[in-house]
Design a protein around this ligand. Structure first.
Ligand code: FES
Length: 84
């Protein structure tokens, strides 16, 4: 099981975390991954920055551009599923 979470704290929210959440939800649903990914929205991960949204994948925190959520999913989340 892959653990994936998106920060919806205030800093990440203004940087587009809502879009990241929606993108991940659609990708999980469209690819039938509900049983393979434990997906959550969380409050501040203590990684606030001026730009980007904090995403935690299996305990590792990334700061991603909200417009590149799909790429992150393809490049980081899908491979994590394949090795879990
Ligand atoms: S609000 Fe997202 S890391 Fe702080």
């Amino acid at each position: 099981m892959v653990n994936l979470s998106v920060c919806i704290g205030s800093s990440c929210y203004v940087n587009g975390s809502h879009n990241v959440v929606q993108t991940f939800l659609h990708l999980i649903e469209d690819n039938g991954l509900n049983d393979l990914i434990d997906f959550k929205a969380t409050f501040c991960m203590g990684n606030c920055k001026k730009e980007g949204v904090s995403v935690c994948l299996n305990g590792e925190i990334f700061r991603i551009d909200a417009l590149k959520a799909r790429e992150f999913f393809t490049e980081k989340v899908m491979p994590a599923i394949n090795i879990s």
